[in-house]
Design a protein around this ligand. Structure first.
Ligand code: SF4
Length: 458
């Protein structure tokens, strides 16, 4: 029998990366194997993101490219999942009638039966029904061939915060945490299959366990993950500043395997705008938490998200954001221009900011941050960093690529090193998005079992 191939295009955040892996596991019993070649696929799946208007436009533009392919090969099955499918439902298939399946975020577990349905009935199917179960989906079964030494593990889904600009609570539902035992079992399996670094993911991991009776909150979960033998590094994302407790901050001091990096989206440096965004903290509270992080773990890297041009953002609000960015000295920033999303409260706010002003604020902030990031990276030149080797560099096959504890990308040449090793690497040059290094010391070809013993400066 001819082997069937599935090609998955993943857009958006790490939650979607994880969900795409779940799709592969779900489709394995139907004899679908992954292919990286779009034109060799029998089944093409788009795992979509609707957090920004731009991300949604990308979905339709990609679907446009598939029209001709579907005309030439009508037997090919095209499925669209994720947040755009959940949000758009039947509108999606009206706008892109060459789609065979539209499956929302709650329908992920039903993907195999939807594929079978299309094959049997030769009809389009749309499944955007809300989740039937109170648990997030976790597909049991053998770990797929692990090609990376790092992996994402979802610990919770959904969000209860209802920030006024965000679609997540509408397309991903309310917060639901997975059982700790299930998470720990999944991580153990990944570690047995060669994974050294785990990133625990969720829309707001700090709220893990707050709503159920698993008897384990996020700091307690981190401690249990930390005890897993063979696991070398732990990261987590995303953290809501209002739920960043002192106990969680203290974990950066208590837990050796917890990498000194936190992604802490601030969104604006103006308390007035933060209130309109319904973020639940002020500028001062955010700065206090940042100060405490530096006190507990000197040198910790802090990255963030900022939205410019939120409705009603005045020049003074934007100046406050610039000031906060300089004061914190973020290691890097994800910057976004505000865009209206369907059905969110901010879409109805008055005082929308003209696109020209948004673009101007965006480029001003981008320039400030570019300079800050470069300064931070340059300060690392001459230091030795502990680097987890991830594999050959995509841009330069003679080089290896890896990440420092602070999550900075570093490229270096070493004919002996291999993915999964943790090496001391001296930084010799700094750029805006990466570092260039040279391995130091004897025995870096051996698999290091130690995390300590290297100087760290950021
Ligand atoms: S915390 Fe706010 S921005 Fe983050 S997912 Fe929840 S609603 Fe969206």
């Amino acid at each position: 029998m001819k082997q069937k191939r599935v090609h998955i295009v993943t857009m958006g955040c790490q939650m979607n990366v994880y969900d795409s892996e779940q799709m592969l596991r779900l489709l394995a019993p139907l004899d679908y194997r992954p292919t990286s070649q779009l034109d060799k696929a029998d089944l093409i799946l788009l795992n979509t993101c609707s957090i920004r208007a731009k991300a949604e436009h990308k979905v339709y533009s990609f679907l446009g490219r598939l029209v001709r392919m579907k005309r030439l090969r009508p037997d090919i099955i095209i499925g669209v999942g994720g947040c755009v499918a959940q949000q758009e439902g039947y509108r999606l298939v009206e706008r892109a009638p060459h789609i065979d399946i539209a499956f929302g975020t709650f329908a992920l577990g039903r993907l195999p039966s939807l594929v079978e349905q299309v094959k049997d009935q030769k009809q389009q199917v749309v499944d955007v029904n809300p989740r039937g179960s109170s648990e997030p989906l976790c597909v049991k079964g053998p770990v797929l061939k692990v090609e990376r030494v790092t992996a994402f593990v979802t610990i919770m889904q959904g969000c209860d915060n209802f920030c006024t600009y965000c679609v997540v609570p509408y397309v991903r539902g309310r917060e639901v945490s997975r059982k700790p035992e299930e998470i720990l079992e999944e991580i153990r399996l990944l570690v047995e299959n060669g994974v050294c670094e785990i990133t625990l993911i969720g829309q707001n991991v700090n709220a893990y366990g707050q709503k159920n009776s698993h008897g384990c909150d996020f700091p307690a979960l981190l401690e249990r993950v930390h005890d897993i033998e063979g696991l070398r590094r732990i990261r987590f994302t995303t953290s809501h500043p209002k739920d960043l407790s002192d106990r969680l901050i203290d974990a950066f001091c208590r837990l050796d395997k917890l990498a000194p990096h936190i992604h802490l989206p601030v969104q604006s440096g103006s308390s007035r705008v933060l209130r309109r965004m319904n973020r639940g903290y002020t500028r001062d509270l955010y700065l206090k938490k940042v100060a405490r992080l530096h006190e507990i773990r000197p040198g910790i890297a802090i990255t963030s998200d900022i939205i410019v041009g939120f409705p009603g953002e005045e020049r003074g609000d934007f100046e406050a954001t610039l000031d906060l960015v300089r004061q914190v000295g973020f290691d890097s920033l994800f910057l976004f221009k505000y865009s209206d999303r369907p059905n969110v409260p901010a879409a109805k706010f008055s005082n929308k900011i003209p696109e020209t002003i948004k673009a101007e604020r965006f480029s001003t902030l981008l320039e400030v941050q570019r300079e800050l990031t470069l300064q931070k990276n340059k300060a690392l030149v001459g230091t030795t960093q502990e680097v987890l080797v991830e594999g050959p560099s995509k841009k330069s096959p003679n080089q290896l690529t890896g990440r420092t504890l602070c999550n900075k990308i570093i490229n270096f040449e070493d004919s002996m090193a291999r993915a999964g090793q943790i090496l001391p690497v001296r930084i010799v040059e700094a750029f805006s998005h990466s570092l260039l290094g040279q391995p130091v010391g004897k025995g870096h070809g051996a698999h290091s079992g130690e995390n300590g013993g290297m100087s760290y400066a950021a």
